[in-house]
Write a protein that binds this ligand. Structure first.
Ligand code: SAH
Ligand code: SF4
Ligand code: F3S
Length: 441
């Protein structure tokens, strides 16, 4: 039996899909290269913005027509399943099972139930945590791996649905995380990304390693060359975490630190718990600890109550900080959230106009930053061949920038010193200098 998983949304969802794929493969099912050839199609969903939902419903339209022609099992997992619960089945009566994000470990059970005509719809308690203990892709040969360190979120930013669909924060015990990373290192995986909606509050209030200590311990695991983590909340980023950037040689020089808005009025309405000045101070501290750190962020325009002056403040923050990259979104009203009932809705055309202005500014900054790397030699972990040319390899710098260069396939999975010869808008072109035998040599 062949299965196919379509994933929408964030890295947590990508990782959840890997976990489900791993369970299905262990049971003897095979991964189908295409949706059209699969017997079981799992759609792992995201509801963070309306657009993600629209993409999901259009895929479901396609699956419904496939199902009319061919007998397939269709399951919906993840955040839309949790948001809609049983209404999902009312809207999409042709689906065979649905699992919320805390129930994905039941995927096999759900598929077997369908065969016994007992459809499973499990949105069980948001607090329980068995899903984060799954350790995916045990057999696969890979270069990078995700490791969940916690799930859920307690922050309740006023625009965000995540706490309602992923539940409250639950940290995983450090000894389990360390065991998983040791196993990953033994498999030859070079890069580990620790995942959590707000990693700074890992183990908050518990008698176990705080996040900076966890990083220090992982730094001493032999075999792992690179450590990354997502996501940090600017309010909670502590001095001891900032110090890790200068001190731990495996911790990559990159942080994703969403600011959401440059206006204190909007930040307060968003319930973010810091000011624009406070955000800038954190950036300064990070750059003092680690001068070449790359900083990326998320931001929202068109939040209710945002006027031209607030938007200008966001533009000024972007100009002042000079982000290496930015994910920017037009505000999307979401069910359950506090901002849904706020006054001062910004008309869609205005929000989209602001978004285009902001993205133009950021494109220029990113391009200029990439051009400024020309002539420098950087450490690249080679991830594979380029999608655009069979002769090119592609990899990432420690600052998380994509580098393409010509080289033999046996460099895949290795650290290579590459000189940057051209900085483009979204990537860098390089030339291989040498294969690095010793990291940071
Ligand atoms: N936990 C992470 C990311 C959560 S979702 C964090 O707190 O940083 C990723 C991004 O989606 C957010 O940072 C925010 O910029 C954006 N986002 C979330 N809800 C949104 C909404 N209702 N409308 C527009 N963008 C939203
Ligand atoms: Fe959403 Fe805020 Fe939690 Fe991030 S920190 S997941 S934006 S509520
Ligand atoms: Fe989307 Fe759920 Fe992630 S709503 S952003 S998939 S936590």
């Amino acid at each position: 039996m062949y299965f196919y998983i379509e994933t929408f949304g964030c890295q947590m969802n990508e990782h959840d899909s890997e976990k489900m794929a791993s369970l299905l493969m262990e049971s003897g099912m095979k991964l189908s290269p295409q949706l059209d050839c699969a017997d079981v199609v799992v759609v792992n969903t995201c509801c963070v913005r309306q657009k993600a939902e629209q993409k999901f419903y259009s895929l479901m339209g396609r699956l419904r027509s496939i199902k009319k022609r061919r007998k397939i099992i269709v399951g919906v997992t993840g955040c839309i399943a949790q948001m809609e619960k049983n209404h999902l089945y009312e809207r999409l009566p042709f689906i065979d099972f649905a699992l919320g994000p805390s129930s994905i470990h039941n995927i096999l059970h759900a598929i077997r139930n369908v065969m016994d005509y007992k459809p499973l719809f499990d949105f069980s308690d948001n607090g329980g945590a068995p899903s984060i203990f799954l350790n995916p892709n045990k057999g696969a040969h890979r270069i990078k791996a995700y490791v969940s360190i916690m799930k859920g979120c307690n922050n309740f930013c006023s625009y965000c649905i995540v706490p309602y669909v992923r539940g409250r924060e639950v940290s995983r015990e450090s000894k389990d995380i360390l065991q998983e990373i040791e196993a990953i290192a033994r498999r030859g995986i070079k890069e580990v990304t620790l995942l959590g909606q707000n990693v700074n509050s890992y183990n908050k209030g518990r008698d176990d390693l705080p996040f900076p200590e966890l990083l220090k311990t992982i730094n001493s695991i032999e075999g792992v060359d690179r450590i990354r983590f997502v996501t940090s909340h600017p309010r909670d980023i502590s001095d001891s975490l900032i110090d890790c950037f200068g001190a731990l040689e495996k911790l990559c020089e990159h942080i994703h630190l969403p600011f959401q808005s440059g206006s204190d009025k909007i930040l307060s309405l968003m319930n973010r718990g810091y000011t624009s000045h406070g955000y800038r101070e954190k950036v300064d501290l990070l750059r003092q600890a680690c001068p070449h750190i790359a900083i990326t962020a998320d931001c929202i325009v068109g939040f209710p109550g945002e006027d031209e002056d607030d938007f200008e403040k966001t533009m000024r923050l972007i100009e002042d900080v000079q982000f290496d990259g930015l994910f920017s979104f037009a505000y999307s009203p979401r069910p359950y959230t506090k901002a849904l009932n706020y006054d001062g809705a910004v008309p869609r055309e205005i929000a989209l106009g602001r978004l285009a202005t902001l993205q133009k500014l950021q494109r220029n900054i990113t391009h200029a930053k990439n051009r400024a790397m020309e002539g420098y030699t950087v450490d690249v972990l080679v991830e594979g061949t380029s999608k655009h040319s069979p002769y090119d390899l592609t990899g990432r710098t420690r600052t998380n920038k994509i580098v393409n260069f010509t080289g033999p396939e046996d460099l895949i999975g290795k650290n290579v010193a590459v000189t940057i010869i051209k900085g483009y808008a979204n990537s860098l072109r390089g030339e291989k200098v040498r294969e690095k035998e010793v990291m940071h040599a």
